[in-house]
Design a binder for this molecule. Structure first.
Ligand SMILES: Cc1cc2nc3c(=O)[nH]c(=O)nc-3n(C[C@H](O)[C@H](O)[C@H](O)COP(=O)(O)OP(=O)(O)OC[C@H]3O[C@@H](n4cnc5c(N)ncnc54)[C@H](O)[C@@H]3O)c2cc1C
Length: 393
């Protein structure tokens, strides 16, 4: 019997495996595809802080970002620029492979092409049914970690993720775009935003998150960027993926932990989940390591994992989800108006100069923004509820 079966070979799963194998446990990682990182629909932007604290392998880094151009629905521009690099763009495939290699170097064993079909929790073990080599096999371990991404059926016994969005993305050739561009507007990406991210010149990723018809809006965006001369190709076949916006109801059970997108550990503002997934993977590995050592893998013993990750991220997730819903309430005219207010009052500069403005933590920036008198007056005039915690319908 193994110590731990990690189900999912994405960044969260590989990070848990790396930490637990590093503590000397016998860890097996199950992957659905023939190799980690195959055809992942992801832009691969992570903060510089994330790259440093998780010692991300440089060979996976395509480029660094210190500025972004944000366009309002009517085309008004706010340029964000900082002296220091703020983020890295990683090649998701190379990144996932490097995370897996690191776990393997500590002794974790990877089983690609072996999707978990079902988990049974018994008194003294978990039994995971795996599709393998055209047949099936049963693997046993003292505990399992579910890290199989958003929408996994394996978490069904632990409740639901309350809200999610679909992301769509395609690779395109750009014409001289060397900065990240972000496009706002309900006619561009309903409820969310779209992006053009240069990766390896002349290539870039164009994508969006949308409450409805992501395929339609992505095609529309590509046509519009072609018409503006920003991109030179039509994007081939786009890929799609769901992104959780709220956490799973419960992220632990007897002999079980859930991490990453499967647990809904994602920034509700941007849908970025790599950093929070890695943070929670470390918390999961620490708690599971302790429980394995004491041989107490009861739900009560593992509940501390959820307490710990919620202490770290819970408030941030709540504020950011609220900020997201507030944004979704705005129509294009109102977004443009807020752009005007931000620019004419220098709020963008003030925010950029704030030491605590962070690529990974958006709660403080949201509170600062809605705390600006000039903005609260405008939101009140628009009849948009702006008091933190207000429920949006
Ligand atoms: C369009 C788009 C753009 C994005 N851009 C960014 C970005 O720029 N920055 C950022 O931080 N986040 C971004 N994200 C989100 C990010 O991709 C996810 O948060 C991140 O991949 C979550 O990692 P994970 O390890 O939890 O899950 P995943 O990366 O989904 O990994 C899960 C793994 O488990 C495997 N698997 C699934 N089912 C099984 C099974 N039954 N058995 C075994 N293995 C299984 C899958 O094949 C996969 O390899 C983006 C998402 C989308 C949709």
């Amino acid at each position: 019997m193994h110590d731990v079966l990690v189900i999912g070979d994405g960044p969260a799963g590989s990070q848990v495996a790396y930490r637990l194998a590093g503590q000397g446990y016998d860890v097996v990682v199950l992957g659905k595809k023939e190799k980690p990182g195959r055809q992942v629909c992801c832009t691969g932007i992570i903060s510089q802080a994330c790259a440093s604290s998780f010692a991300i392998n440089e060979s996976a880094v395509l480029g660094r970002v210190r500025s972004a151009r944000i366009f309002s629905p009517s085309g008004k521009l706010i340029s964000l620029w900082r002296q220091e690099n703020q983020a890295c763009i990683v090649n998701r495939s190379a990144f996932d492979v490097s995370m897996a290699s690191r776990a393997q170097s500590k002794g974790a064993q990877y089983m690609p092409d072996s999707p978990a079909r079902d988990i049974t929790v018994k008194d003294d073990r978990v039994v995971v049914e795996v599709a393998h080599d055209g047949g099936g096999l049963k693997l046993e371990a003292r505990a399992a970690v579910i890290a199989s991404g958003f929408g996994t059926r394996l978490v069904e016994g632990l409740g639901r993720i309350g809200d999610f969005v679909i992301g769509a993305q395609a690779e395109v050739e750009t014409s001289g775009i060397d900065e990240v561009e972000v496009y706002l507007g309900q006619e561009v990406a309903p409820g969310f935003f779209a992006w053009l991210v240069p990766t390896s010149p002349p290539m870039a990723l164009v994508g969006l998150l949308s409450r409805r018809s992501p395929e339609f809006y992505l095609r529309k965006l590509i046509s519009s960027l072609q018409a503006q001369g920003k991109i030179a190709s039509d994007g081939g076949s786009p890929s799609y993926r769901g992104i959780p916006l709220e956490p799973l109801a419960r992220t632990y059970g007897k002999r079980l932990l859930v991490v990453g997108d499967a647990a809904g550990q994602v920034k509700p503002t941007t849908g970025g989940g790599i950093y929070y997934g890695l943070v929670c993977a470390d918390i999961a590995a620490r708690n599971l390591g302790r429980a394995l050592e004491k041989d107490n893998l009861s739900a009560k013993s593992l509940a501390n994992y959820e307490r710990e990750w919620k202490r770290k991220l819970g408030r941030e997730l709540r504020i950011c989800y609220w900020g997201r819903k507030l944004y979704e309430h705005l129509n294009d005219r109102q977004i443009d108006r807020i752009f005007d207010i931000i620019k004419t009052n220098g709020i963008d500069d003030a925010l950029l100069k704030a030491d605590d403005l962070s690529f990974d933590w958006h709660g403080k920036a949201i509170l600062r923004l809605v705390g600006q008198k000039v903005l609260t007056r405008a939101l009140a005039a628009m009849k948009i509820p702006f008091k933190i915690g207000t429920q949006f319908s």
